[in-house]
Design a protein around this ligand. Structure first.
Ligand code: ATP
Ligand code: MG
Length: 313
């Protein structure tokens, strides 16, 4: 008989997610319920939208291990599954003791949550290994034998559909064996809460708000085909605070903010083809456009409509 998925504690997972993650209430509930009832899941959404943070919290709440695998073209079946130590094989022959388990075997044997990022970049033969595990909850490893999944084992894979790499190769068979949960960017208020969590400086709300506004503006700017995730805002705030201290400023000056914005954002955005401006020029303009206007001094908010405004400068 094939191994079966056991129950995981949905409430414990949800409580853990709520403590670790800003917003994402529906996603947290649906994921906790799906994992509790033994389902496998495909997550789809842009980078930096909290997928890994949420899954890690759910695994912790379930009391199971968390194995993270970064999907890329080099993720061969051997890397995922494991291999026999070649030097020991020479002297001892193939034995279970000289098998070095990869993340998949570790997760199966310990009943962990295996989280594969960037699934769309994974080679076809590695996808087929995952597909087999999804169907059977067991894996046949040459010269090692059958590895059955401990009942708490779950597989969650994530991909960024807009990254255009190989998404079409994700076979219908994989979708047919998984639930799908889509992630979008958080609201401006949620992104601000995320940035403020990551910041040690409690008095920097106005600056954090501005960083979030600038990052959101990169996503809708006509000169940019790819904007920054909230990671850009996290870096911008941390960098500006450290740079201001280095320069002896109580608060980051306009120049310090602009230097931090360029360093935090220019590598994360991508220009549209044929744009007459450089990324430095675009980011500098976006940053300048988020400067507080004289009429909203003291209001702590630019009042700009969400996800808009700043990028139009
Ligand atoms: N909802 C959230 N709550 C708390 N922190 C968040 C949230 N969303 C993003 N973050 C923070 O933003 C950063 C990126 O989040 P995370 O790594 O979870 O994103 P991701 O969706 O897994 O990205 P990628 O697709 O690039 O792997 C982390 O520092 C994380 O703490
Ligand atoms: Mg991730």
């Amino acid at each position: 008989m094939l191994p079966r998925a056991g129950v995981l504690p949905a409430r414990g997972m949800l409580d853990s997610a709520r403590a670790a993650v800003v917003g994402r209430h529906t996603e947290s509930e649906v994921l906790a319920a799906a994992l509790a009832s033994g389902r496998s899941i495909l997550l789809e959404g842009p980078p930096g939208t909290g997928k890994t943070t949420l899954l890690r919290a759910l695994a912790e709440g379930a009391g199971v291990g968390f194995e993270l695998v970064e999907g890329n073209a080099e993720l061969s079946p051997t890397r995922l599954v494991g291999h026999h130590d070649p030097s020991r094989v020479l002297t001892e022959d193939y034995r279970p003791e000289n098998f070095v388990p990869g993340p998949l075997v570790r997760a199966l044997q310990s009943g962990s949550l295996l989280y594969v990022e960037e699934l769309n970049r994974v080679p076809e033969e590695t996808l087929n290994v995952l597909l087999g595990v999804l169907s059977e909850r067991r894996l046949h490893v040459p010269r090692l034998g059958v590895v059955d999944a401990v009942s708490t084992f779950r597989l969650v894979a994530a991909m960024n559909p807009s990254d255009g790499v190989g998404t079409g190769r994700i076979t219908p068979a994989l979708y047919d064996r998984s639930c799908r949960v889509a992630f979008d960017h958080q609201s401006a208020d949620e992104e601000l809460a995320i940035v403020e969590r990551g910041s040690a400086d409690e008095h920097a709300e106005a600056f954090a708000r501005r960083a979030v506004e600038a990052v959101r503006a990169t996503r809708s700017h006509p000169d940019l085909r790819l904007g920054s995730s909230v990671r850009g805002a996290l870096d911008l705030v941390a960098l500006a605070s450290s740079l201001a201290a280095l320069r002896g400023e109580a608060q980051p000056s306009e120049d310090t903010g602009a230097d931090a914005a360029r360093a935090a954002l220019t590598g994360r955005v991508v220009l549209v083809e044929g744009s007459p401006r450089t990324v430095e020029e675009v980011v500098t303009a976006i940053w300048a456009a988020t400067a507080p206007r004289p009429d909203d001094a003291g209001s702590g908010s630019s009042g700009a409509p969400e996800g808009d405004g700043a990028g139009k400068a």
